[in-house]
Design a protein around this ligand. Structure first.
Ligand SMILES: C[S@@+](CC[C@H](N)C(=O)[O-])C[C@H]1O[C@@H](n2cnc3c(N)ncnc32)[C@H](O)[C@@H]1O
Length: 351
């Protein structure tokens, strides 16, 4: 196969909508925090050429290898880093990669992680109960399943899997321990709740809960989103695609909060928080895949894309050094609204 032809079976979700939302432009600088097979990254490189640069991050070392092959001829325009995106800021400092024009998070798993890559993410393939994105992480799903108390298991399966029958599942798991393989766990859950789950497989929610716990997905997402905002240049775009309600709630609440000037609790007569909006919601409503995309790619059915743009008002410019970097960054490559950059330079010169 030609190195320019994508080798991953992963079909990027909301591809056109993502590139649109990022407002990708020639010469721009972008970060893909969830590189996967490199499907979105490749489209970003195509659209930002000539002169575009991409920093691709993935916690899974296999994803880095696959993406390298799929990004083929763009090899002078990207750097791929095997890291957790919770360390996004440190990675950008290390490679002097900020401010940037756009940052993408396409959360969750790629198809090659789900299609039995031996990491135990799927209940459809037998594998050790692992679920770590990176082999460097210490805690596996087997550790959790075999050591937590029944009460804690039930609590976390409910919290991170939104599983109504979490108590039943936890009781059966504790009775059946040790459980070290995906199919064994799936059978135990099936015995516990049978077909009560309706359309989805009875193990879906428990597997989701375990994966979230093993990889600290929700905590890491919250930390990384905050870092991402700080790395965006003026009018830079942040795009997040999430696949379940727990992630989407974190993304939505964070973006809405950062798009508001005051975040005082309701009922406070005068603002005491001093919070200033750093973002503008580009679309008030979430973007979802078309029926045609869902027909073509079932995995896309739960996807929800949110997009914001960084705004910096004059009164926010208390960090002069950061602003200077934004301006320098904005002058490298093509910037979408040069007149606004000029305006900021005038403000700066006068300060
Ligand atoms: C849905 S896939 C991305 C697919 C990619 N957009 C494409 O088009 O091929 C999500 C990827 O994010 C990675 N990932 C998930 N959480 C991560 C984290 N906290 N840090 C780094 N990578 C993460 C997973 O290993 C997986 O490869």
């Amino acid at each position: 196969m030609s190195p320019d032809k994508p080798i991953s079976s992963h079909v990027p979700v909301l591809l056109e909508e993502t590139v649109e939302a990022l407002a990708v432009q020639p010469g721009g600088r972008y970060i893909d925090c969830t590189l996967g097979g490199g499907g979105h990254a490749r489209a970003i490189l195509e659209r930002s050429s000539p002169g575009g640069q991409l920093l691709g991050i993935d916690a899974n070392p296999d994803a880095i290898k696959i993406a390298k092959t799929n990004l083929g001829s763009y090899r002078n325009s990207y750097r791929l880093v095997n890291e957790n995106f919770v360390n996004l800021q440190a990675v950008c400092v290390k490679y002097d990669f900020s401010p940037v024009h756009g940052i993408l998070f396409d959360l969750g798993l790629s198809s090659f992680q789900l299609n039995g890559n031996g990491r135990g993410f799927s209940f459809q393939y037998d594998a050790p109960l692992d679920m770590r994105f990176s082999p460097d992480q210490e805690v596996t799903a087997a550790n959790i399943v075999n050591t937590l108390s029944e009460v804690d298991l039930a609590r976390y399966i409910r919290m991170y899997g939104e599983e109504n029958y979490s108590h039943l599942v936890a009781r059966h798991i504790v009775k059946e321990r040790p459980i070290n393989s995906t199919l064994h766990l799936a059978q135990v859950i099936e015995r516990a709740i049978g077909q009560r789950r309706g359309k989805i497989h009875p193990a879906t929610r428990t597997f989701q809960a375990l994966r979230i716990m093993v990889n600290r997905e929700l905590e890491n997402l919250g930390v990384a989103l905050r870092q991402a905002v700080n790395l965006l240049g003026f009018e830079g775009r942040l795009v997040v695609i999430s696949y379940h309600s727990l992630e989407d709630r974190i993304v939505k609440q964070f973006l809405q909060q950062e798009a508001r000037d005051c975040i005082c609790p309701p009922g406070v007569p005068v603002c005491i928080c001093g919070h200033k909006a750093q973002l503008r919601l580009v679309h008030k409503k979430v973007i979802v895949p078309s029926p045609a995309e869902i027909r073509h790619n079932q995995r896309s059915r739960s996807a929800r894309l949110r997009v914001v743009e960084r705004i910096i008002a004059q009164e926010d410019c208390d960090n002069r050094a950061e602003m200077e970097r934004v301006l320098i960054g904005a002058n490298v490559g093509t910037w979408r609204r040069p007149f606004l950059v000029k305006k900021l330079q005038v403000i700066f010169a006068a300060a």
